[in-house]
Design a protein around this ligand. Structure first.
Ligand code: FAD
Length: 538
């Protein structure tokens, strides 16, 4: 797919299709990586697919990842070879199918204790060996001088050398929107801002969903042969909708674990290499990742019982990240250096009957369950493996005779919209038109292509234009300021104060695009409140 002609994602058209009388093959609930990957796979096999997302695509966990396309070195340390091997295979597939949004990234692990270089180096050699022909580059032992060259701001005192290895990085939310649009190009109907409020049930079987269009309040009744609940940490809410009247509450399968990231300037980690600290003072993992012109520091893994849309970080998590980053970087980042803080909830799967709260013991693999009513639930896993998860879910739908079998493998070589194999710009650089891949040409046709709203302060790179905002509405299904500044542009995640400053201009362009039904002031105010949370540390 060259990406030259954007699929028709007009909301009115998609709503009209979803509302029709027809029975769909598949209704997917949830527009994160799991649901979107499934919708794309099923549509590309020729099934009639509808997907409904309560908020925006990737508004949940799928916009809050560490941005790594990875096999997961730490899962190898836990001995989970099968999980790592599958993720390494998927890493290659994603880098090939979306090169404008996912690229190889070199990591350096600095060593300060005599045994570290050898011990971790052997593990990382094994990690590379597991990738086999899919290796992105050799794992190399580095002298302390070589380590310093690749990580110019690494703490030099006590540095005994390092290990370099390869993984990948990506723009998670843009990839999610691209999956949604590619699914539409394959014939699916995907709708954001449409929460499922009830399940359609007949004689104990789930036969569809009832959703509400948040913009008009209209109710959509969607009949489907197969309904898949792909709502991440919210899967238990949907499982509880799937109960007979008076039946007792369904036991939860998800134990959420919170992960915090702090974003600081690129100057804290210049260069194009990420840093991995495999074991901090208290035994945790810490990454410092150059991403879109800034540095991401993270993450944490803290059990959390309440599932909220915008979880706030705990003070201990912020202290941990700043303290540990300060131990390994020349200049320790301070609270005042933090440009944005974001928090995601991992949908970890509870082992049967265990309600313990040690999240490190919980499964990192995905789980697929088929309920007595026929509703399929999928949760867990990771972004990197979304495509393999979709194949797995469809296999279960076939085995359970919810859908007639069709052969797999279509998505393994399906380029996502905008995929282009020209000379790419590194994802470590500030955002810009390069993130649109082969669709950049379409941007230039829109008004305001050279009207730059925001330039990255450190590099001067033009990063957000009026045309990008118009493109977000016309082609990327953005409906409010947050959709644009959090997930089409990533400005909220990169610099929350700057994002708040842009809210007014973006709201005005949205008003021009969306017309009189759009409340620009309300959209701006609600985004400003969100941006305040992203720049407030506990
Ligand atoms: C801190 C952190 C770091 C991570 N880093 C990485 C990484 O670097 N690499 C990697 O591969 N993986 C990473 N992961 C894992 C990865 O992000 C998740 O596995 C993945 O995003 C989960 O996607 P999902 O679609 O299952 O859930 P979500 O993205 O949460 O999607 C579920 C969707 O369902 C919607 N929904 C809920 N209720 C309803 C309803 N009633 N009706 C309609 N829709 C509804 C929600 O709005 C939401 O958008 C990380 C996770 C965390 C938390």
């Amino acid at each position: 797919m060259s990406g030259s002609a954007a699929p028709d994602t007009t909301r009115a058209r998609l709503l009209a299709q979803a509302q029709g009388e027809r029975e769909w093959d598949l209704a997917v609930i949830g527009g994160g990586s799991t649901g979107l990957g499934l919708a794309l796979d099923a549509a590309s096999r020729g099934f009639a697919v509808v997907l409904v997302e309560a908020e925006d695509f990737a508004q949940g966990t799928s916009s809050r990842a560490t941005k790594l396309v990875h096999g997961g070195v730490r899962y190898l340390a836990q001995g989970n070879v099968a999980l790592v091997r599958e993720a390494l295979r998927e890493r290659t597939t994603l880098l090939a199918n979306a090169p404008h949004l996912a690229q190889p990234l070199a990591f350096v692990m600095p060593g300060y204790r005599w045994w570290e270089r050898g011990f971790y180096g052997i593990g990382l050699k094994m990690y590379d060996a597991l990738a086999g022909a899919r290796s992105l580059g050799d794992t190399e032992f580095l002298s302390s001088e070589e380590t310093r060259q690749l990580l110019p701001t690494v703490r030099v005192r006590g540095l005994s050398g390092g290990v370099k290895y390869w993984d990948g990085q990506f723009d998670d939310a843009r990839l999610a929107v691209t999956l949604a649009r590619t699914a539409v190009a394959q014939g699916a109907v995907v709708l954001n801002h449409c929460p499922v409020t009830a399940l359609r049930r007949e004689r104990g079987k789930v036969t569809g969903v009832v959703a509400r269009d948040r913009e008009t309040g209209a109710e959509l009744t969607i009949g489907a042969k197969c309904v898949v609940n792909a709502t991440g940490v919210w899967v238990d809410d949907l499982r509880n909708m799937d109960r007979d009247k008076g039946a007792k509450k369904t036991p939860a399968i998800v134990a959420p674990s919170q992960g915090v990231h702090l974003v600081v300037d690129r100057a804290f980690l210049p260069g194009t290499h990420a840093m991995l600290i495999p074991k901090t003072e208290d035994g945790r993992v810490l990454f410092a990742v150059p991403w879109l012109g800034k540095t991401i520091l993270g993450t944490t893994d803290t059990p959390r019982e309440d599932i909220v849309r915008e979880p706030a970080p705990f003070a201990e998590e912020v202290e941990f990240i700043l303290r540990e980053a300060g131990r390994y970087l020349d200049k320790a980042p301070q609270r005042g250096d933090v440009r944005s803080v974001w928090v995601g909830l991992r949908p970890l799967v509870r082992p049967g009957g265990d309600d313990g709260d040690n999240t490190k013991q919980l499964s990192r693999e995905h789980t697929v369950l088929v309920g007595r009513s026929g509703m399929v639930t999928v949760t867990g896993g990771k972004w990197t493996t979304y495509r393999a998860m979709a194949e797995d879910v469809l296999e279960r739908c076939f085995d359970s005779r919810l859908l007639p079998p069709k052969p797999k493998g279509v998505t393994a070589s399906l380029p996502l919209l905008g995929a282009s194999h020209g000379k790419g710009v590194s994802m470590t650089q500030a955002p810009g038109e390069h993130l649109y891949g082969s669709e950049a040409a379409n941007l230039h046709k829109l008004p305001g292509a050279t009207n730059w709203l925001w330039r990255d302060a450190e590099s001067g790179q033009p990063a957000l234009s009026e045309a990008m905002v118009r493109f977000a509405v016309r082609h990327e299904m953005a409906r409010c300021v947050e959709d644009v500044l959090a997930r089409r542009s990533r400005l909220l995640f990169l610099d929350a104060a700057e994002a708040a400053r842009q809210a007014g201009s973006v709201a005005a362009i949205l008003a021009d695009e969306l017309g009189s039904g759009f409340d620009a002031q309300a959209s701006q105010r609600s985004f400003e409140a969100l941006a305040k949370q992203y720049r407030t540390l506990p």
